[in-house]
Design a protein around this ligand. Structure first.
Ligand code: TYM
Length: 325
């Protein structure tokens, strides 16, 4: 079985972008690959954050992932900082990565603009730690959203460079995309993300969900209720395509083009579909929240299982680099 690795940051929200771009794939492939999934808290500390809230966020995200359908008997789920080998391998990789390559990463450039008062070295080296996460387990497939392609390209380059300098050690990991690898935010322009505040959470409260949808951008040509719409450019319609069945989608599409329905009605229907789709996940999430020790046990078990692989890779890396006196 090919090995899969992927990670998600405990930023406090699991949103539709994470879910449609990555997490639903994590669940879909869990019996087809040997899957390792990680709550990447060391990546999250490259942004300013509330220290007191972090333990809760880590646990809440792990709970949400299990609620989305990850099966702890099939996958390994753990917290990045519980295995220091991630940071150790990241250091090794910083020594085969050039400053120029890191400076060209679009995510570094956009995050630097978003957090101009906190452009720390960790933010700069973020993709190196990501490469270490994946290669520590010699994973060959990485289910992520499209925004991670450039980071994965760098992971491949790092693997190649390490192999060329110290001998064949790492595979070149490839992305595994879903059919919706890039979800736009409610502004209809940028990708959906917590830091841009244009997201809908998987466990969004109904009133908040309806309010967020009400102010979401649709087809700019539909100024008035009677204006015919262009569903192909409307972000709300693109979400319908995932959450509504094909019959409803066809009906909405033609009703939008002929102005038979307005955006308010279209958004109401999407809200209904979202609530119905996520109801079982929200229910499982609620139940699991009451049993935090069960979630901690899953994370500890994942840590133990991953530790053996991490130790083996680091022993090999040290030997290949002449650090095994
Ligand atoms: P994070 O937490 O920012 O995102 C988690 C996953 O969600 C996907 N995603 C999206 N997909 C489609 N449309 C969107 N609007 C959207 N927003 C987020 C991301 O592509 C990602 O798959 N750097 C990684 C975390 C990481 C990682 C790793 C991933 C750390 N180490 C090793 C894979 C392998 C990230 O973006 O997390």
């Amino acid at each position: 079985m090919e090995r899969v690795f992927s990670g998600i940051q405990p930023t406090g929200v699991l949103h539709l972008g994470n879910y449609l771009g990555a997490v639903r794939n994590w669940v879909a492939i869990q019996s087809d690959y040997e899957c390792i999934y990680c709550v990447v808290d060391l990546h999250a500390v490259t942004q300013s954050y509330d220290v007191a809230a972090m333990p809760g966020r880590i646990l809440e995200l792990a709970t949400g992932l299990l609620a989305c359908g990850l099966d702890a008997t099939q996958v390994r789920l753990f917290v990045q900082s519980s295995l220091p080998q991630h940071a150790e391998l990241a250091w090794v990789f910083t020594c085969v990565t050039s400053m120029g390559e890191l400076g060209r990463q679009t995510q570094f450039k956009s995050k630097s603009e978003q957090q101009a008062d906190n452009i720390n070295v960790g933010l700069f080296a973020y993709p190196v730690l990501q490469a270490a996460d994946i290669l520590l387990y010699k994973a060959s497939r990485v289910p992520v959203g499209e925004d991670q392609e450039q980071h994965l390209e760098l992971s491949r380059e790092i693997a190649r460079r390490f192999n060329a300098r110290f001998g064949a050690t790492f595979p070149e990991p490839r992305t595994l995309f879903t059919s919706t690898p890039r979800i736009r935010g409610l502004d209809g322009a940028a990708k959906m993300s917590k830091s841009l505040g244009n997201h809908i959470a998987v466990d969004e409260d109904e009133a908040v969900l309806r309010r967020k949808l009400a102010s979401a951008v649709t087809d700019p040509a539909r100024q008035k209720r009677a204006d015919p719409g262009h569903p192909e450019i409307c972000n709300i319609y693109s979400l319908h395509k995932f959450f509504s069945d094909s019959g409803s989608c066809q009906e909405i599409e033609s009703a939008c083009r002929t102005a038979a329905i307005g955006c308010v009605d279209c958004k109401k229907r999407l809200g209904d579909q979202l609530l119905a789709h996520f109801a079982p996940i929200r229910e499982r999430w609620r139940t699991l929240r009451e049993r935090p020790d069960e979630v901690r046990d899953v994370l500890r078990q994942g840590q133990r299982q991953c530790q053996q692989l991490a130790d083996a890779t680091m022993a090999e890396v040290r030997a290949k680099m002449g650090l095994n006196w």
